[in-house]
Design a protein around this ligand. Structure first.
Ligand code: BYC
Length: 474
């Protein structure tokens, strides 16, 4: 008897008409579920979670909300509608027809890009798997699980492309996506940030604000791709991604608001007094921000990259919002970058624009990050405090690119390794900061209750009240 697989994998790619692909995904599905059971959210698999599920790509009504047990979440495959008039938007093949199949000469490179994108999705679920135990409220617990199941769906999105367009190598890569694990000494995840542990909720909010935002910019770059199925997949993923960044943005906002309340009550900005009252002092928020922002900067790759130049030239990966640029070929333009001069200073270099695409995207990302800081600082300013959260320089604490391993101040001034070591605890989370943050992490799992280190959200999910029972624990 044939299995009606369309029911089991909701999709808008007419999966039922391609038996080979259907069978390949059918083979992968139990592997995915096994991975979810073993490395997905620990101990909450039987809880009923108020989740949104993508059910179509219609901008007006693409999701439904309801209680779901996470292993029963319907991870579907959704691509934006095909635009028959879509043309290649940048690079040497500008203006030609987009590709519905993978050109042989770009096969390995496209596969690599899709695998790198796909690898981050399960990685983030693995990083966050213990956080359910210490959620500050049921509202937050639900948001964590929403983010987790959607990252699972984004893995499906990439696995679909690998299976549908890359034959046997694609299937092997799909298996390996479940074999590498975040932080694993032998088989780590591909990109650095996705091997960093996320043990506490301040880190989770920083990750969803800063690292998911890298996701936004990388997806926007891939949404420009000449390989049309990749572009359409990423366009739809961006729809879901917005909520993840909202979780980070509002999470940090709520931490700051609670801290300000305590500062007001005690009439002090002394970090120790604020900690004694169970809130998170603003300098500690800044140190966590410094860590996750700089780690996320590394995700854009090197300032000067021949890989990036060939992705652009060949039309595989563009700039986010490519239409905003006048020249889509960028063949004879230059971009100015500041690089370390090797003797403790900086030098300015003009590099071909195509080689600077990682830096162009990183600069747009930094501007986007600033929006949240403005919002959080407005809250601080309104409470009449002079403290301001700031983004460190893109040279600070870099591990990838031209500034990798070059010690600088948060403002980007090169310094000696000794000077860096002497100030490190002011700039980055120290062991004692981490111990303090961990001491606050106790699960609050009753409706209408909120941990003392964070303010309640302004509104609930999908017009429900804040104290709604977003997760029913059994
Ligand atoms: N860690 O020429 P280079 C998301 C590698 S997040 C380790 O400088 P290139 C999400 C690089 O792979 C978005 N390795 O840069 C967020 C290359 O290796 P190979 C994820 C790194 O090639 C939250 C070598 O260094 N999507 O979706 O332009 C939750 C030289 O690289 C790192 C993508 O990244 C690093 N940080 O690479 C869930 C899109 N940076 O090839 C999900 C796909 C660079 O020589 N990836 N390397 O072995 C790409 O577009 C590009 O590969 C990169 C930049 C953006 C990573």
């Amino acid at each position: 008897m044939s299995i009606n697989y369309q029911d089991r994998i909701p999709n808008n790619v007419d999966l039922g008409s391609n038996r080979t692909l259907q069978r390949a995904l059918e083979h992968w599905q139990p592997e995915f579920l096994k991975w979810w059971e073993e490395l997905g959210p620990k101990d909450f698999q039987v809880a009923d979670v108020y989740l949104r599920t993508a059910t179509s790509v219609d901008a007006k009504g693409w999701a439904t909300y309801g209680y779901v047990r996470m292993p029963e979440y319907r991870w579907g495959i959704f691509l934006n509608e095909r635009d028959p008039n879509r043309r290649i938007g940048f690079g040497d093949n500008f203006g030609q027809e987009v590709w519905q199949h993978v050109p042989g000469e770009y096969r390995a490179t496209l596969r690599r890009l899709i695998v790198t994108q796909g690898d981050t999705e399960p990685a983030s679920v693995e990083q966050q798997r213990m956080l359910g135990h210490t959620a500050p409220s049921l509202y937050d617990l639900r948001n964590l699980f929403q983010v987790n199941v959607e990252e699972g769906r984004h893995l499906w999105a990439m696995v679909y492309l690998l299976h549908a367009y890359f034959g046997r190598d694609g299937r092997e890569e799909a298996e390996e996506l479940l074999e590498r694990h975040s932080g694993d000494a032998d088989k780590p995840r591909i990109l650095g940030t996705f091997n960093e542990p996320i043990r506490d909720w301040l880190s989770f909010f920083m990750f969803t604000y800063f690292t998911d935002r890298d996701g936004k910019f990388q997806l926007k770059s891939l949404a420009e791709s000449s390989f049309d199925p990749l572009a359409r997949t990423c366009q739809f993923m961006l729809t879901e991604e917005a909520h993840h960044m909202f979780v980070g943005d509002t999470g940090i906002n709520r931490v700051v608001r609670r801290t300000l309340e305590v500062m007001q009550e005690l009439n002090t900005d002394d970090p120790q007094a604020i900690r004694n009252a169970g809130a998170i002092d603003l300098p500690t928020v800044q140190r966590y921000l410094n860590f996750w922002f700089t780690s996320s900067l590394d995700l854009f790759g090197s300032e000067t990259s021949s890989n990036a130049a060939s992705y652009f030239a060949n039309g595989l990966k563009g700039r986010p919002d490519e239409t905003q640029y006048e020249d889509h070929v960028a063949g004879d333009q230059f971009y100015e970058v500041q690089l370390p001069d090797g003797s403790g200073g900086t030098r300015t270099e003009q590099i071909p624009m195509r080689n600077a695409m990682n830096e162009v995207t990183r600069s747009s990302y930094v501007r986007d990050c600033e929006i949240g800081l403005k919002r959080w600082n407005r809250v601080i300013e309104k409470a009449r405090h002079s403290f301001r959260l700031t983004l460190p320089s893109t040279r600070f604490r870099r591990n990838i690119g031209n500034w990798a391993g070059v010690p600088t101040t948060p403002e980007g001034q090169p310094i000696t390794a000794e000077q860096f070591a002497a100030h490190k605890a002011e700039w980055l989370p120290s062991e004692s900061d981490q111990a303090y943050i961990m001491s606050l992490m106790h699960g609050v799992h009753q409706p209408a209750k909120m941990a003392a280190w964070i303010a309640p959200p302004e509104r609930g999910i999908n017009n429900n009240p804040v104290d709604y029972e977003y997760v029913k624990l059994h």
